[in-house]
Design a protein around this ligand. Structure first.
Ligand code: HEC
Length: 413
């Protein structure tokens, strides 16, 4: 946790007090709604983070190296250039495609309802593609730096390359991304051409946002019978308003949208903890003030403020199958990736991202604190509010799944 420079310059006695007060305020706030109590920009360009100068180690960096040394090649194919081969090389399913038509991102002049922007993702990488636009846009997760940004030119060359860039931070590092370089997923009102109506503030979509406020300017297919949202529905098998041949899928999968909403906020939250802990250790030599943030994080990990879903009509889709393929299952066949989709997103309320590689960048003491606190909640007869909302049987199932599948979060148990 950091404070503004004007406070930091004062004698250090008042500082811890201010931080405790701030921490308490933050807890009250975050328990009421979200992590939004502490969304000021963290100073990520100075020591110990040095975001722009530090080298990154993401799956995209690895692929970039392989392409440079010739151990991987990427094929350019019409109509979508390098897209399909990059999805293949990064192990991102084309079935994760979701489509947005607001002119809200970097290459906005190419986007409209007849030529929407497609986003594809897996657990650690997100890719943006717009037919006819000069570059593919990628974000990938690094254990120490959190989200790292890249472009990839859509122009056929002998040795195409990824370029790491910070130009994206003008939009992607803001209070909406929790004050760190992070992910965006927003719901906008637009005119018929996709121009954003800025008189209405576009909300960041997380799994806490009521369904009725989600997906403004997004297409939504395999829709949901009873649920109401602001997306534009693509009827099953119906004619698409865009040129389907220019995309690897013609859908904008509803369950993919639901998962994306959980995932981007998870990654932003985790990065905020990673940065916050490193800054705290540097500034105070300990992370004691972070306790409220750790509980708020676990509250998110365990979906305690998830907005209720109305039952989707068609639950199986190529996306749900691709998502399940990554599941690690226990002896009873249970996995944190099992969907519920009746009243909520997942059957077991503990995020499948718990224990992801991104946790390796957490200060070990914070990592341990998260791990032990989680164990305590899962094992308790009746854990305290709000964790008592999850019944004992479900908590035991989560405990079993984590232990049996060798999840790295259990390494402190
Ligand atoms: C003008 C503001 C703006 C800029 C600049 C911008 N983005 Fe975004 N980006 C957005 C918005 C808004 C979204 C949410 C989806 C949408 O509205 O298209 C988004 C979503 C994304 C996503 C999918 C979700 C995520 O956050 O991972 C990727 C990938 C992405 N952007 C990559 C980039 C890259 C790479 C750059 C820099 C080359 C960049 N963006 C620059 C506004 C911007």
């Amino acid at each position: 946790m950091t404070v503004g420079p004007e406070i930091a310059a004062r004698p250090s006695l008042t500082l811890p007090l201010l931080i405790v007060v701030f921490g308490l305020l933050l807890t009250g706030w975050s328990f009421a709604a979200d992590f939004q109590g502490a969304t000021h920009l963290l100073e990520f360009e100075r020591d110990p983070i040095r975001y722009s100068k530090a080298s990154s180690q993401t799956r995209v960096d690895e692929l970039a190296r392989q392409v440079q040394d010739g151990t991987q090649s990427l094929a350019f194919q019409e109509p979508d250039g390098y897209l399909r081969d990059i999805l293949r090389a990064l192990d991102i399913s084309p079935a994760s495609q979701v489509l947005v038509f607001s002119k809200s991102s970097a290459q906005r002049t190419f986007i409209d309802p007849l030529n929407p922007r497609a986003i594809y993702f897996n657990d650690e990488i997100y890719l943006g593609y717009i037919p006819g636009a000069p570059v593919l846009e990628l974000t990938a997760s690094d254990p120490f730096l959190g989200t790292v940004f890249y472009t990839f030119p859509q122009k056929q060359t002998a040795r195409p390359s990824f370029e790491r860039t910070n130009q994206c931070l003008e939009c992607h590092a803001a209070s909406r991304t929790l004050g760190i370089p992070g992910h965006l997923f927003r719901s906008f009102a637009t005119d018929r051409g996709g121009l954003v109506d800025f008189t209405e503030l576009g909300a960041q979509i997380t799994d806490r946002l009521p369904l009725e406020e989600r997906y403004g300017a997004w297409y939504v297919s395999n829709d949901i019978g009873q649920a109401r949202h602001r997306g534009r529905i693509l009827a099953p098998g119906g004619k698409r308003p865009f040129q389907v041949s220019r995309y690897p899928s013609e859908e904008s999968d509803l369950v993919a949208l639901l998962v994306l909403g959980h995932q981007i906020h998870f990654h932003n939250f985790l990065t905020r903890l990673i940065y916050g802990a490193r800054l705290a250790v540097e500034q105070y030599g300990h992370v004691r003030y972070m306790k409220p943030q750790i509980d708020a994080f676990l509250r998110y990990v365990m979906f305690l403020d998830e907005a209720p879903l109305a039952r989707p009509e068609n639950q199986q889709s190529p996306f749900t199958k691709a998502f399940a393929k990554r599941a690690r299952r226990d002896a009873q066949g249970r996995s944190l990736r099992d969907f519920d989709l009746e009243n909520r997103l997942f059957k077991y309320r503990c995020s499948y991202l718990i224990g992801a590689d991104a946790f390796q960048g957490l200060e070990p003491v914070v990592h341990q604190e998260i791990s032990l606190r989680l164990k305590e909640i899962l094992e308790a007869e009746i854990p305290e509010v709000p964790f008592n909302a999850i019944p004992r049987s479900e908590r035991s199932a989560i405990l079993g799944i984590l232990q049996e599948t060798g999840n790295s979060i259990t390494r402190f148990w």
